[in-house]
Write a protein that binds this ligand. Structure first.
Ligand code: XBP
Ligand code: MG
Length: 240
């Protein structure tokens, strides 16, 4: 049976189903800045192919300004930075108000992992503020003590599907990918984790259920009833 030493979790969509609130936060920021942008569910689902809120807004800006070949770095970057600040403040307040809960099975799996000496880590493209808000709301102020490593947009700037965030988590924990399992909700996340050598369990959300999950270790509705022993078995089967 292969050793299982660490579980590495994506955050948005995996630990919690957060993208509806992210979408509301983006639309709040657009209204606050008097812009005529509105991301409905269908458009946001498409835009989620771009990881990173700032990158997503820049991609949309370019889509809506096809005639502008040379993006005036200063003006557009300044606008996007301001929109992202407003958006993140709104999102953080709603998370701290308790609007988001962990997905089914996540807390039980985390508790079992820690009880069995299996390390926990987070590998996300979202902002550090959002990680702290969600984890603090779910696990309390001492939430960071549960994780051997946390990498986010602030310390792994190349966004999924680039593998940087997973490569840096593996460096931080000092373990080979072969004794770890990644948990993701999207094809971008699956590509990033796989490129870093990680077997990956997928739990899609309504925003990502249409994605291609070829190469996943498992694709599950959620993590209800998934325990360490089951993960060890799946990981061993993957090694055969
Ligand atoms: C999901 C993302 C993030 C969020 C928005 O991150 O791509 O961009 O959609 O958060 P992951 P920000 O699934 O890797 O956790 O606006 O802070 O980027
Ligand atoms: Mg995700």
């Amino acid at each position: 049976m292969s050793k299982l030493a660490a579980l590495i979790f994506d955050l948005d969509g995996t630990l919690a189903d957060t993208e509806s609130l992210h979408r509301a936060a983006f639309n709040y920021a657009f209204r606050e800045e008097g812009m005529d942008w509105h991301w409905d569910e269908a458009l946001y689902t498409r835009l989620l192919d771009i990881s990173g809120g700032k990158e997503r807004m820049l991609h949309y800006w370019r889509e809506t300004h096809p005639d502008v070949t040379e993006v005036d770095g200063g003006a557009v970057d300044g606008l996007i930075a301001k929109l992202h600040e407003i958006k993140t403040a709104y999102y953080e307040a709603k998370v701290k108000a308790g609007e988001i809960s962990l997905r089914p099975g996540v807390l039980a799996l985390m508790n079992e992992a820690r009880a069995n000496g299996v390390e926990l880590a987070i590998a996300t493209t979202t902002s550090a503020i959002n990680v702290a808000a969600l984890m603090g709301s779910a696990l309390g102020d001492a939430w960071r003590d549960n994780f051997v490593a946390v990498r986010d947009a602030s310390n792994a700037p190349l966004k999924k599907p680039h593998p940087q965030v997973y490569e840096r988590v593996l460096q931080d924990i000092g373990l080979p990918a072969q004794v770890c399992i990644a948990f993701e909700d999207s094809s971008n996340g699956l590509k990033a984790a796989t490129a870093a050598g990680l077997a990956t369990v997928i739990t899609p959300t309504s925003f990502t259920s249409h994605n291609d999950f070829t190469g996943a270790l498992k694709v599950l509705k959620d993590l209800s009833g998934v325990g360490i022993e089951q993960l060890r078995q799946w990981r061993s089967q993957a090694d055969r």
